[in-house]
Write a protein that binds this ligand. Sequence first.
Ligand SMILES: *Cc1c(COP(=O)(O)O)cnc(C)c1O
Length: 382
Amino acid sequence: MNKNHSSTIYLDKKALANNLEFIRNLLTEKNKFSAVIKGNAYGHGAVEMMTALQELGVNHFSVFSAYEAKQVFSVLAKNSVLMIMGDIPDEDISWIVENEIEVFIYDLKSLQQFITTAKNQQKQVNIHIELETGMHRHGFDKKHWEKLLGIIKANLAYIKLKGICTHFAGAESSANYKRIKDQQENFREGVGFFKQAGLNSENLHTSSSAGAIAYPEWNLDLVRIGILLYGLWPSKEIQLFYRMKYQTTFDLQPVLSWHSSIMAIKEVKPGEYIGYGNSFLAEREMKVASVPVGYGYGFSRAMSNTGRVLVKGKRLPVIGMVNMNMFLIEVTDVEVEISDKVTLIGKDADQEIKVSYFGNLSDQLNYELLTRLDKSIPRKLI
Ligand SMILES: *Cc1c(COP(=O)(O)O)cnc(C)c1O
């Protein structure tokens, strides 16, 4: 067990390799793929994940912000591409141009700033034009395409057009089918507009994990894959769709597991309340153990009196309220000692606590739950 922190997150490289094969099977020779490692690599640890992925041959990465780009930049291999899909404060523009990081461009003002900086540095900025196609988050509206085109054409010496892209609003659910079909039409129109004007982009890209499975004809030149990498499904519906369509038993494997250890053990008499308040009353002689992980580390308070963890291959109930830094489990019928391993997410003998189980109990999306895992918890590749 890690001596410096009350819990440790392990990253399974074999599972990661398996998921890469799974992803490559979804794609054709023509579709490149970018590993999305925003949100601290969905809580897995961006530096650790980038390191492992590069060792496994991945060389294209996507993050949300300049801040995230800076966090992984020191481990970025020379032949790897880093792409920022969102926020870039003005102060970071110079660093981005200098280090040839690729960026989504979604407003004219920032494009102008990038061009000015590229001129000053006598360099080219690597841009992906993000088109507004119906998500209404960010991206160029049709009414601005003409102006955008003018600016790019006038500054081609300082711009490398790496891509034209968009993002589908909820490809993980068939409820959004019509909206996504409309987005695809709008994207087609936008791409046609720039192409007709003589502007050629290296990559067209629209798909994330759900899109790659539900709309494979839209995988185009580059696919931005997040959740599948980590061995999780974008939604139940996509999982089912995949099963029906591909008729294969090849499956994703979760990369992350989360472990802590028992901190203290106590006997409690019938009639005593356990933990804060009176949410749990001992109705018989009980043995309880404390685990030094709480909502402050991402173990949701919603797990109070309902969650399960694994100790010695047994599923044991969380009793009482989850605190900021710890929670209690019942160990009445199990031989346990202080320092015994507690599995919060992952496998122990033939038992498993899945991210989806944890997520369902705490009413969180797998994406949400993972990104809430505290950054201070050490991540270890195994
Ligand atoms: C997060 C994100 C992705 C990856 O989504 P997954 O569902 O995790 O595959 C792709 N594109 C953009 C723009 C994103 O923000």
